[in-house]
Each structure stands twice: as structure tokens, then as C-alpha cells.
Design a protein around this ligand. Structure first.
Ligand code: SF4
Length: 473
């Protein structure tokens, strides 16, 4: 798709946020170092922007990696902002923020940056491992935003960057639970547990978002399961179900009740008020995050049957019986077929992982057989098969495992491609490139990686220097 201009993007939006033409004193940047479409379908970024917007003193303006003309709102260069808040969902976005800083002439290393400028980073990637960006960001937020973003903004309102000495601001910020100020604190603090019991909701709708014109609303935080490869529970638990009333209250902020709603949660099948919610939303088109088939009871299945879902997503992770048992996620091909055939969805999306520790070629063959069997059994449905490489994540049960060597992974992905060729109702989406390996270092590396990252010229330069430091990337 051709890049959109800021005018086109702004015209595509419907916003709940009031206009900010007067009353503000400080222009601040809300940066999402990836595409506009991904940003506007990201509740973390939407929440950050809304909370910044709610403070009278601030006029937040958005920046995206694919928008070269400056801020979305006023086309101002990033270098003219003294406060820069960055939302990082994905480790490879670190390279985009470095590119953006370079493009706008901002020093990537906080030690060499203008003393008046404050860069604060947060999001899933630094919450999993804040060390790699500890030389880029002045402060790093660990955990889910919620009320802690408000604490940060309150400190900055009382001590505006550019008007208050930076050392005073950093001192104040270091007192906020969950916020790491590497200049003053040797180690990151414990993650902050948000007390906020208000679920996040889309406040800016766009037809150019990855989920176009869909109002997303959070129904759960964290995850009740503990899959050994997944960072969600360790990063965002304690697991919490937002009440159906609070979810509906958030949706009612839209004067015209949303027609298309995305329910965001890691354990939708376990959501205790699912029936109540779906009854209320029966006239809307409902989308959900991936659903655990092994947790699906008949009540939840009945509810899903009523949804106008065109795509439903499951994550069997592997087709190998042995690995299913190891992961504690026993989803059989028969389960996938039985559930999918009862749902009105025309497309079934399935997530698989290749390169799990101890995975053998026979396990890969079993995965190919499972996918092929499921797709051929339901020939009237379309299948999108998303296959990702296993990347160890910090603090998970598999954090000390290595990523499978590149040549071996490439061989296994080739096997998958040739094994699933010629199935007409199947589309294969392989998400692995050499640069994906940087994710491993960025999610498990320590302080030494901060130096490699801040000084790298490109992703391949970063990988080269990691190899020189003993990483098999
Ligand atoms: S993979 Fe899904 S079900 Fe498992 S812990 Fe992560 S979010 Fe929960």
C-alpha cells in the first residue's frame, strides 16, 4: 500500500478526544516506531496518547516510523519536542526508533543528548527486558501503563522538560513505582502493578488501522495460563478480568455505539461474563483475540456461534504430540476441526512455532501432517497458517534455551513450505528472516547489549556485533 500523507490519515480518523488548539503549554511527542496502521490498532499506544491528551498542559503529537513529514498533527520535526514518549511493542522496533532519531538529528545515546530533552519508553518489549534500551531512554516504564503513565505525566507537568533542570526531573521520575531511571538506578525496579480497573478502549478510530474502524476494548489483563515460551503472564500478571459493566461503559463513550468491536484478552474462553457481554453486543460485529480451544466450554462455543466473526484464531503452536504435552497445550486436530466446523467464520487462522527446544524433524513432519489434515478436512473454509520461529524470552521458563541455528531453522521452514504446497484453501505466512534473530538478543540480553544497540548502524551491524560477543545469531 502506498504511504499515506498526514492529511489523508487525519481525515480517516474519528476521535473521542477533544480538540487541543488552546490551553496547552508543552508540545510532547507520542512515538510509535512502526507503521501508523499498527499504532492505531495498539491499545497501549492509544492509552498513552489519551492520557497525555487529558493533561491540560500537554499537546501530544503522534510520530510513526512510516511518516517522514514530522508529527501527524502539525508536521513539526521530532527534534523540536523536549518530551518524547515512546511505545515499543516489539523488539525490532528498537531499530526504527534509532532510525527516527538519526533522521531528526537526535543523539541516540542519552549521555550525548541535549540536556533539556527527556525520552521515556514503555510497552511490551522493554517490559520483558529493559536492559537493551537503557542507554537510549532516560526512563523506562516496566509493566502495564495504567495509572503509572498518569504519575509520569503528573511529574512532568509539575517539572516541565525545558523549564526544569533534567537532574530534578530524573530524580522525581525515579520515585515512581515501575519506572527505571538508568542514570540513577543500577537495576530495574519490580514491574508496576496498575490499580486501574478501567479497561483500555480505542479512542481514535481509523480506516487505515490494521483493524480498520474496529473499536478495540480490553477485557482481560495478563493471562491465566503459563505457556513456557510466552512472556505475557510474567510481564502483565496478576491476571485480571475487567467486569462486563466496565467494558460496556467504555464502549458507551462512543456516542454512536460501535458496530464493529474487538475484544482483547488472552483467555477469552475463560472470561466469566462472556455470555452477558455477547448478549449485549449481539447487534455488533464481534472480533476476538486468539482463543484457547482446550478451554472452550459449550457455553462459550454457543456464544461464539452467534458472533459475526469472519476470522477466528487458534494457536495450537505445534502438531507434534510430544511437544504439545511439553507445552501443556493439548489441542488436537480433531478439536480444531470440531470447533471450526460449528462456527460461522469463513477463515481460520492458526499459529504455529518452529524451532522449539528439543524439536526434531519428525516433530516438524507431524506439524505439517496436522495442518494438512485440518485444511483438507474443512475444504470449504480458508486457512491462514502463521508460522513463527521460537524466540526465548526473558523470565519465561524457556529463557535459558538457545534459539535454533539459522541454517537449521531455514531448513525446517523450507520443509513446511514444501509440505504444505498445493493445498488450495491454505495460505502460509512464514515470519522468519535472519534479522528476526535480533529479537532473541534483545529479549534476553543484559546491560552489555545496550552498548551494542545504541552504537549500531543497522540491524545487520547489530547482529554482527552480537556474534562477536558470542551470540549465535
Ligand atoms: S501463549 Fe496465550 S495462553 Fe499461553 S500464556 Fe501466552 S497468552 Fe496465555
Amino acid at each position: 500500500m502506498k504511504p499515506r500523507t498526514s492529511k489523508e490519515l487525519l481525515q480517516s480518523e474519528i476521535s473521542l478526544l477533544p480538540s487541543k488548539s488552546t490551553g496547552w503549554k508543552i508540545r510532547c511527542a507520542a512515538v510509535f516506531p512502526s507503521d501508523y496502521s499498527a499504532a492505531m490498532s495498539n491499545l497501549g499506544f492509544q492509552t498513552l496518547f489519551e492520557k497525555m491528551h487529558n493533561f491540560q498542559m500537554f499537546y501530544p503529537q503522534r510520530f510513526f516510523a512510516n511518516l517522514k513529514s514530522g508529527s501527524l498533527e502539525e508536521k513539526k520535526p521530532l527534534s523540536s519536542f523536549q518530551l518524547i514518549m515512546v511505545s515499543l511493542s516489539y523488539e525490532l522496533d528498537y531499530f526504527n526508533i534509532l532510525k527516527m532519531f538519526k533522521y531528526y538529528g537526535i543523539a541516540p545515546n542519552r549521555k550525548h543528548r541535549h540536556r533539556d530533552r527527556i525520552v521515556i519508553a514503555g510497552g511490551a518489549a522493554p517490559s520483558i527486558n529493559p536492559y537493551p534500551i537503557s542507554l537510549i531512554a532516560d526512563a523506562i516504564f516496566i509493566g502495564e501503563g495504567g495509572d503509572c503513565i498518569e504519575n509520569i505525566i503528573e511529574v512532568l507537568s509539575n517539572n516541565p522538560p525545558g523549564f526544569t533542570d533534567k537532574s530534578i526531573i530524573l530524580k522525581e521520575l525515579s520515585l515512581i513505582p515501575g519506572l527505571w531511571v538508568p542514570e540513577l538506578q543500577d537495576k530495574p525496579p519490580e514491574k508496576a502493578l496498575s490499580n486501574v480497573n478501567i479497561p483500555s478502549v480505542t479512542t481514535i478510530l481509523s480506516s487505515f488501522a490494521s483493524f480498520p474502524n474496529i473499536v478495540l476494548v480490553q477485557i482481560q489483563r495478563g493471562c491465566a495460563s503459563n505457556c513456557p515460551f510466552c512472556a505475557t503472564p510474567v510481564t502483565f500478571n496478576p491476571f485480571y478480568n475487567y467486569s462486563a459493566d466496565s467494558v460496556l461503559k467504555q464502549l458507551h463513550r462512543w456516542e454512536i455505539f460501535p458496530k464493529r468491536i474487538g475484544l482483547i484478552g488472552s483467555a477469552i474462553a475463560d472470561y466469566p461474563q462472556l455470555t452477558k457481554l455477547f448478549e449485549y453486543l449481539r447487534d455488533s460485529e464481534i472480533y476476538t483475540s486468539s482463543i484457547r480451544i482446550d478451554r472452550l466450554n459449550s457455553q462459550c462455543l454457543n456464544v461464539l456461534k452467534l458472533s459475526k466473526h469472519r476470522t477466528i484464531t487458534f494457536a495450537p503452536e505445534t502438531g507434534a504430540q510430544r511437544l504439545k504435552a511439553e507445552l501443556g497445550k493439548i489441542i488436537t486436530p480433531e478439536d480444531i476441526i470440531a470447533v471450526s466446523s460449528q462456527l460461522p467464520a469463513s477463515t481460520i487462522k492458526l499459529y504455529y512455532i518452529i524451532g522449539l527446544p528439543s524439536e526434531s524433524i519428525k516433530d516438524v513432519q507431524e506439524t505439517i501432517e496436522e495442518i494438512s489434515f485440518v485444511a483438507k478436512s474443512l475444504s470449504k473454509k480458508k486457512f491462514t497458517i502463521s508460522v513463527n520461529a521460537f524466540v526465548p524470552k526473558r523470565n519465561t521458563l524457556l529463557e535459558n534455551c538457545s534459539m535454533m541455528p539459522h541454517d537449521e531453522l531455514t531448513k525446517r521452514f523450507e520443509l513446511i513450505k514444501s509440505g504444505l504446497r498445493n493445498i488450495p484453501n491454505l495460505r502460509l505466512d512464514i515470519n522468519y528472516k535472519r534479522k528476526s534473530r535480533a529479537q532473541w538478543v534483545l529479549s534476553c540480553g543484559g546491560k552489555d547489549i545496550a552498548n551494542v544497540l545504541v552504537n549500531c548502524k543497522s540491524t545487520s551491524d547489530f547482529l554482527r556485533n552480537c556474534r562477536a560477543n558470542g551470540w549465535d545469531v
